[in-house]
Write a protein that binds this ligand. Structure first.
Ligand SMILES: [Fe+2]
Length: 265
């Protein structure tokens, strides 16, 4: 609570309610999503939450946890829209386990179709939460769950004057959680062939999160003419995985087709 002094007054005033909101999302909503994942993966109910997300008080680094963010996008005038070519936040995947985003009555968030590469708006569900799968769950399931590539763009013309307010919760696994499917020992994943690819180094969430965060918004990755960033190889994994649904896509293929940055960590 030491950082309390840095919060804006409006946040300070409602800190108790804000903490209660995020605690509920973690301990209730996230638990339900994890239980659903257990069912999908044929694991005992509670396995994923307990293994990756349970909270240990006083153990900040290696406890399940998360980060809250409030974002208010003001309407952009046409000059500014031109500067960013209509894209407010470039396509990326989140590094954590799951991301919860409050649904808003404005079309602006888009998800990239995994198979066709087409961008689709996320429609509004009143009082709903949009749940994105993040990198950590993709790695923990050996690629069975897909980390969604999403972006924020200009809304359609009839919504151009709207402001977009979103409350986000990034659910993060324990810092020392190993990011591959070995720990799950899921018979379903084994049956379907989702095993740890040999090129994946054994890493924990802390390592992935630190390195991926360091790349966010960096010009050496993002200064490209296309909508895609340059691909970066981190611990045997591409930091954003835009092409993996393509047939025969492999790291070897990617290296032939794309400029891949290798960063020593
Ligand atoms: Fe994101």
């Amino acid at each position: 609570m030491k950082k309390e002094n840095n919060y804006p007054d409006i946040v300070k005033e409602y800190l108790t309610e804000i903490a209660e909101y995020y605690r509920f999302l973690h301990q209730d909503t996230l638990r339900k999503i994890c239980n659903l994942s257990d069912i999908v993966l044929e694991l005992p109910e509670g396995f994923i939450y307990d293994k990756f997300y349970s909270v240990t008080e006083g153990e900040l680094e290696n406890s399940g946890g998360g980060a809250g963010r409030f974002m208010l996008y003001d309407a952009m005038d046409s000059e500014d829209q031109k500067k960013v070519d209509g894209t407010w936040l470039r396509g990326h995947s989140d590094s954590g386990g799951f991301t919860f985003i409050t649904s808003q009555p404005i079309l602006s968030l888009q998800i990239r179709d995994y198979y066709t590469g087409k961008w689709n708006f996320v429609g509004h569900t009143p009082n709903g939460l949009i749940v994105n799968i993040g990198d950590a769950m993709e790695f923990i399931t050996g690629g069975f769950f897909k980390s969604s590539i999403h972006r924020v763009v200009n809304p359609p013309d009839d919504q151009a004057g709207f402001r977009r307010l979103v409350l986000i919760y990034f659910c993060k696994p324990k810092g020392d959680a190993i990011l591959d499917p070995t720990a799950l020992n899921s018979s379903k994943l084994q049956r379907l062939g989702y095993v740890k690819p040999k090129e994946w180094e054994i890493i924990d969430f802390k390592a992935w999160n630190n390195e991926k965060s360091r790349l966010f918004g960096k010009s050496k990755v993002n200064d490209t003419q296309s909508e895609e960033p340059k691909l970066v190889l981190l611990y045997g994994r591409l930091h954003e995985r835009w092409h993996q649904a393509e047939s025969n896509f492999s790291l070897e293929e990617a290296e032939k087709r794309f400029e891949i940055l290798k960063i020593d960590v």
